[in-house]
Design a protein around this ligand. Structure first.
Ligand code: PSU
Ligand code: MN
Length: 305
């Protein structure tokens, strides 16, 4: 196995057996503008600590696969320009050339699993893009959920994606999609959607237990927990629909493709909502961090692989 670089607090947590929550870094470098990105990353880490777990923000820095970043490393990553966006396909090449890159949901799951961490909090996962029947643009995050045993806490997927197709693919891949505390799937910026959740759970113990049984049965892969945004922070779907339509049209007109699509759309929606989408995004990530800390506390202690 390649050597992993642990932050001081993650090293300590591993030694004492304290619960650890993995956090991704693409949300910092490609998902939010500076300085809100670094402020949010710090707040999310603090939220995990406040709920009795240790945060492990994951990134590749100068060829080191870092499990947990020191404060100065987090600051530098948030300010850096042209950081690579790493998924399953390119994380090893980045490490091999001594490069620096931020990890997507897929790459963060891979690194978390290598480090023996089984719970991961983020905002939204990648999925099936609208028009995927022509572009074939389907995020590698979906396949990763099918093969790497990490429970991912998200607020669903964003309506920039084709949500029904995203959930169809997850069903095909055999990924448990679990709504937390409600019968409907949440839709990122809104608590409700018109899609019933395939599964529902109401407490962290059940979620941790389900992952444990899955692994004990030899079923590969993780689980996707869809945690609704707090009511006070939600944006109605009607408000966002025309903005998403406009952002998608701009992406099309500008010929945006492949891994640039998601960051482009997130940036356009941030500007078109006058920053409101970002406030909601921050609130839901913090909410996901809290739930992930509670799930991590219920997971059986794991021997790092
Ligand atoms: N969705 C969001 N915010 C994000 C992302 C997705 O609401 O920051 C990021 C995550 O890191 C996710 C990645 O894993 O984008 C998906 O990119 P792609 O669609 O290129 O696979
Ligand atoms: Mn893509």
């Amino acid at each position: 196995m390649i050597p992993l670089t642990f932050s001081a607090e993650v090293t300590q947590a591993r030694a004492s057996g304290a619960p650890i929550v993995a956090l991704e870094s693409t949300i910092i470098t490609h998902g939010m503008p500076y300085p809100q990105n670094v402020e949010t990353a710090r707040k999310v880490e603090a939220e995990v600590r406040a709920h009795d777990a240790i945060p492990a923000t994951i990134a590749v820095l100068n060829g080191d696969l870092c499990i947990g970043l020191e404060a100065a490393q987090l600051d530098a990553l948030a300010k850096a320009q042209d950081v690579a966006k790493l998924s399953r396909a390119d994380i090893a090449a980045c490490i091999a050339r001594g490069g620096t890159g931020a990890t997507t949901v897929a790459a963060t799951m891979i690194a978390a699993h290598l480090a023996g961490i089984s719970v991961f909090a983020t905002g939204g996962i990648g999925g099936v893009h609208r028009g995927a029947e022509h572009s074939f643009d389907v995020s590698a995050d979906l396949q990763e959920l099918a093969q790497t045993p990490v429970t991912v806490v998200a607020a669903g997927a964003k309506a920039i994606l084709d949500l029904p197709k995203t959930f169809e693919v997850l069903e095909t891949l055999g990924v448990p999609v679990i709504a937390f505390g409600q019968d409907m799937l949440p839709a990122f910026w809104s608590r409700a959607s018109d899609m019933p959740a395939p599964l529902r759970m109401d407490d962290a113990v059940s979620i941790a237990h389900a992952q444990t049984i899955r692994s004990a049965m030899g079923l590969r892969g993780g689980q996707l927990i869809c945690n609704p945004i707090p009511a006070a922070a939600e944006i109605p779907a009607e408000t966002l629909a025309p903005i998403i339509t406009q952002a998608l049209a701009e992406a099309d007109a500008d010929g945006i493709a492949a891994k640039e699509v998601t960051p482009f759309l997130l940036d356009r929606i941030f500007h078109l909502t006058g920053g409101r989408s970002l406030d909601a995004n921050i609130a839901l990530v913090l909410n996901n961090a809290r739930l992930a800390a509670a799930i991590a506390a219920e997971m059986p202690a794991k021997t790092p692989e």
